[in-house]
Write a protein that binds this ligand. Sequence first.
Ligand SMILES: Nc1ncnc2c1ncn2[C@@H]1O[C@H](COP(=O)(O)OP(=O)(O)O)[C@@H](O)[C@H]1O
Ligand SMILES: [Mg+2]
Length: 154
Amino acid sequence: MLNYRKKILVAVDGSAVSDKAVYEAIWMAGCSKGAFPNKVYAVFAKVVHSDDYLDMFPPSTGPVGGEEDSRWEEIIDQVFLVARKLAAENGVDLETRVVPGPPAESIIRLAKEIDADVIVIGSTGKGRVVRSLLGSVSTEVMNKAPCSVYLVRA
Ligand SMILES: Nc1ncnc2c1ncn2[C@@H]1O[C@H](COP(=O)(O)OP(=O)(O)O)[C@@H](O)[C@H]1O
Ligand SMILES: [Mg+2]
């Protein structure tokens, strides 16, 4: 018999595009409930000393640093906020995971570990380069994923 219970892995980085990816992942999961509830795994790869979170804090506090930086807790809460809200509102089973960087490698490792059916990912993310092409994380995930990839366009 076909396995109707899908494991949907959505990659989140706190950007508007990744919020859109979360929305689509929850929508996808919510389409089949009842006897076959799907499960969404939201994954955030914590890249220490990244410039991506500069916009969340006053410039005077400096860029976000290593593991010891107390602001990580707030960043992680923010990054999963939309997923937690949408999952609760739609009765979708959600598990959040924080993994170490580099992002594409860790997303792929988790997809293999949980045996994901599909990875949902944004075309671009928090990077400050304005582009219409894919970002580096989405490109690497598309190239190396062990399963189908659903690319959410900006
Ligand atoms: N640190 C991360 N953890 C989890 N997912 C990520 C991370 N960085 C990027 N992603 C995923 O990859 C998508 C594309 O981001 P990315 O390739 O980094 O483009 P950009 O260069 O514009 O930031 C995001 O919308 C998100 O779904
Ligand atoms: Mg990025």
